[in-house]
Design a protein around this ligand. Structure first.
Ligand code: ADP
Ligand code: MG
Length: 255
């Protein structure tokens, strides 16, 4: 082995090129066998490095998003949900233009109809399209922001969330009306207005949001900002949880 070949692993480590570090020799053998030019060999190695780097980035962003596991478009049964427009969901998941324009997505419907599943599934695909996302139970995120506010660190906490182009506020209507708490929810909505997206799931329609915010003025101001640039989806089916449960019971009765 030449001196250059000896020092190559070290140089590649220094340059943080782990895939080329692992593959340069195998590829060299392949290149010799197939008679590749130097530039062909080099571009093959660099493409491999970039491809693995992209895969690692997606994996990192999926982990940081804290999405519920397994709730993807592949596991969502569109035939069970007649009120869902499949092409609309596909477009939201595959074309991140709406996120780049800081629009919102609001998913309404009773419990168990797949709102959380859909929100997570869209976020999974958006991450694969290089959009950073963060999934949170609204109640938990409100508590975190409330703590930050009590330590006079709310602006920093909101700024920290800016790195996510999309935040999923799951189960918005579970937030209890409490002046201190829900004013931070309003501050989050106002902070992200026209700069970053929110995906909101709720089993209460806007009419009932007076129960979330401390007063009607704040409710109207929050709803105005959310719906100004938003896609609104109403899922109306029977609960998937309940129909799954009923099917299991019926299946059990037969056997
Ligand atoms: P919601 O948020 O509306 O209360 P979830 O999204 O939590 O409902 O759905 C309840 C359960 O049913 C979850 O396990 C979810 O994965 C599953 N589910 C709901 N709708 C569907 C569907 N159309 N296809 C596959 N699984 C579904
Ligand atoms: Mg839910």
């Amino acid at each position: 082995m030449s001196n250059q070949q000896h020092s190559l692993p070290l140089l590649l480590k220094k340059l943080r090129l782990p895939t080329i570090h692992d593959q340069w020799h195998n590829k060299e053998v392949e290149a010799e066998k197939k008679g590749w030019s130097y530039s062909h060999y080099l571009s093959d190695l660099i493409s491999l490095e970039l491809c693995h780097r992209e895969q690692r980035r997606i994996q990192r962003h999926i982990t940081e998003a804290r999405l519920p596991p397994g709730k993807t478009l592949d596991t969502f049964d569109f035939s069970k949900t007649k009120s869902i427009n499949t092409p609309q969901i596909t477009t939201l998941a595959e074309d991140p233009t709406w996120v780049k324009q800081a629009c919102n997505l609001m998913i309404f419907g009773p419990s168990g109809v797949g709102k959380t599943h859909l929100a997570a599934a869209i976020a999974y695909r958006l991450i694969e399209h290089s959009i950073r996302a963060f999934f949170a139970s609204t109640v938990a995120l409100v508590q975190t922001l409330q703590r930050a506010k009590s330590e006079y660190k709310l602006p920093e906490a909101l700024a920290k969330l800016d790195r996510f182009a999309v935040i999923i506020l799951d189960d918005m209507s579970y937030v209890k009306k409490n002046e201190a708490e829900t004013s931070v929810l309003f501050e989050l909505i106002a902070h992200r207005y026209e700069t970053r997206s929110l995906i909101i799931t709720s089993n209460q329609s806007f009419k009932e949001w007076d129960q979330i915010f401390p007063d009607t003025t704040m409710t109207v101001a929050a709803v105005d900002r959310l719906v100004h640039h938003a896609t609104i989806i109403n899922v109306e089916e029977e609960s998937y949880r309940r129909s799954f449960h009923n099917a299991t019971i019926k299946g059990g009765e037969k056997s």
